[in-house]
Design a protein around this ligand. Structure first.
Ligand SMILES: Nc1ncnc2c1ncn2[C@@H]1O[C@H](COP(=O)(O)OP(=O)(O)OP(=O)(O)O)[C@@H](O)[C@H]1O
Ligand SMILES: [Mg+2]
Length: 340
């Protein structure tokens, strides 16, 4: 791959101490090229956040977690990096934004001062230049009249504005990789769209790679170059976004697609949901394919775990004994409209 930025190989995260033995993330591998947007998608509890936090080194000092594998950022294994170097990298070359902006913003410190602090850590700018850059960043993310808002506290901002301020803070270190963990989930639809457009624009402007975590394949269709579908701590399908969304190979991906709301769907109609629930990984991994109890296509062979196997072109992988592609319902085809 050209310009490989991040290469995650066989990342596993298990619980240590209380609940020991449960593997929350199990042998996940994927890579991100410079400037590329990779979406990680899957239902609640499938291990998206644990994966992201492990990449950025937030889990490795936690005695509750045991990590293994390799997370190479520009060729350097982050799992082995000393804490001081990791701290410098975090908020600098790699930044993370969250669903809840208050997990990044300090409620007691003015917005401008927080961005100024990040700039003073990660850039050589002097005080005047930092003030100018802070105003620029606030304007860049769409905060109206930055010069009157720069000294506001987070509580003086609306939810959408706080989300924007958190993005400005993340951009302060000029990251090569932005990890966005469901940054639009708590927002209303209009604001969601605006934030997505903002991230798309910033990605182009800053040539920044993005790992975008979501449970919404509609968002994936909007923003991703490639997609990684996770189920019960494992990758069940991955590949270029068009291949995965147009011809999903794993029944789980196909079911997720069927739950995308059509643009013209009447509000009161309930979205289709996937029968059953995700397995509780704390109880140990079920034998065989973890999706088997919820799968419409399950057969005897599924009591053995299928490998993550490439299709003909090699870029599209699926962990299912069923090949070729799973039949798709007319609702699934809605996604094709988004892609065109
Ligand atoms: N600190 C922790 N201690 C014990 N279990 C944890 C911890 N953090 C996460 N888990 C478990 O790990 C699994 C994966 O959690 P994770 O937060 O990564 O899910 P997710 O895919 O991000 O879900 P969501 O869409 O709800 O954010 C879940 O079963 C969760 O209960
Ligand atoms: Mg999460």
């Amino acid at each position: 791959m050209t310009d490989l930025l991040l290469d995650v190989r066989e990342l596993s995260v298990s619980l240590a101490g209380r609940g020991a033995g449960a593997t929350l993330v199990d042998g996940v591998s994927f890579s991100v090229a410079a400037g590329e947007v990779v979406c990680i998608v899957g239902e609640s509890g499938c291990g998206k956040t644990v994966t992201a936090r492990s990449i950025i080194g937030l889990n490795r000092t936690d005695p509750n977690f045991e990590l293994s594998g390799n997370v190479a950022f520009r060729g350097q294994n982050l799992l082995e990096l000393d804490e001081e170097s990791m701290r410098r990298l975090r908020g600098g070359s790699i930044a993370m934004i969250f669903q809840d902006p208050m997990s990044s913003l300090n409620p007691l410190q003015r917005i401008g001062a927080q961005i100024d602090e990040a700039l003073s850590i990660h850039t050589q700018l002097d005080r005047t230049a930092r003030r100018r850059r802070t105003l620029e960043l606030l304007a860049e993310v769409g905060i109206p009249s930055p010069d009157t808002r720069i000294d506001d506290y987070p509580h003086q901002f609306s939810g959408g504005m706080r989300q924007r301020a958190m993005i400005a803070l993340a951009l302060a270190g000029n990251p090569a990789l932005l990890i966005a963990d469901e940054p639009t989930t708590a927002l209303d639809v209009t604001m969601q769209k605006q934030i997505l457009l903002l991230i798309k624009r910033l990605r182009a402007e800053y040539a920044m790679a993005v790992i975008f975590i979501t449970h919404d394949l509609g968002v994936v269709a909007e923003i991703a170059d490639r997609v990684l579908v996770m189920y019960a701590g494992r990758c069940v399908e991955s590949g270029p976004v068009r291949d995965v969304l147009r011809a999903p190979q794993h029944p789980y991906t196909a079911r997720l697609l069927a739950s995308i709301p059509a643009a013209n769907r009447v509000k009161t109609r309930r979205l289709p949901t996937i029968k059953g629930a995700t397995p509780m990984l704390a109880d140990g991994r079920p034998k065989g394919c973890a999706f088997r109890p919820r799968c419409d296509f399950a057969f005897e062979q599924c009591s053995d775990e299928p490998p993550l196997a490439p299709l003909e072109d090699g870029a599209h992988l699926s962990r299912c004994w069923l090949v070729p592609s799973v039949e798709r319902s007319p609702a699934d085809l809605k996604i094709v409209e988004v892609l065109q």
